[in-house]
Write a protein that binds this ligand. Structure first.
Ligand code: SF4
Length: 177
């Protein structure tokens, strides 16, 4: 313990205080959303899963991520090809493929999706009943892939950096989360 900490024990962060801070950091302010509807029109699941992998998760109640896969599959339909997505969101496709390559995955197997409830003007057609994942999106996390120009990106990246710092303070390895 440093001299400063010994002299000012009240300044040491408490684990409970840090946990509360993480809870706050996980909730990105909704006013940052530019309401373009882009993330409803072009989405991936966990960054890089194929449609078959998502359907398998959704069908297996014991699989980790089952509930979010089931929610996702209840509103999203797959695009026929990455080429179709590339026509409207080429940079996002590049971002997603780059992450998959870094993880050693074949980027050609990634599926992209469009929600069946997004309206022409980008609003949600089932706003009151939208799935939990839509309500919480996007989570600040190193694996979150933001659309270029997304209003959440800057704050989300900053929040995740702080969350990683807190994890290290608590003796946790952020790469495990
Ligand atoms: S249910 Fe609504 S919020 Fe969720 S992806 Fe579809 S349009 Fe977007």
């Amino acid at each position: 313990m440093s001299d400063a900490e010994q002299n000012n024990p009240q300044e040491l962060p408490s684990p409970l205080g840090l946990a509360r801070e993480v809870e706050q950091l996980m909730k990105l302010p909704q006013h940052l959303c530019k309401q373009r509807g882009t993330c409803c029109r072009i989405a991936t699941f966990k960054g890089s899963l194929s449609f078959d992998e998502i359907k398998a998760l959704a069908a297996d109640p014991n699989a980790p991520g089952h509930e979010s896969a089931r929610d996702f599959a209840s509103v999203f339909l797959p695009y026929d090809s990455q080429a179709e997505v590339r026509e409207v969101a080429s940079e996002f496709v590049d971002r997603v493929r780059a992450v998959a390559e870094r993880k050693g995955q074949d980027p050609d197997t990634i599926s992209f999706f469009k929600c069946k409830y997004v309206l022409e003007d980008g609003r949600c057609g089932v706003h009151e009943d939208r799935p939990l994942g839509c309500r919480a999106y996007p989570f600040p996390h190193r694996s979150t892939i933001y659309h270029p120009g997304c209003g959440f990106e800057q704050q989300g990246v900053k929040n995740w950096e702080r969350i990683e710092e807190i994890m290290r303070t608590l003796g946790m390895d952020p790469s495990q989360y």
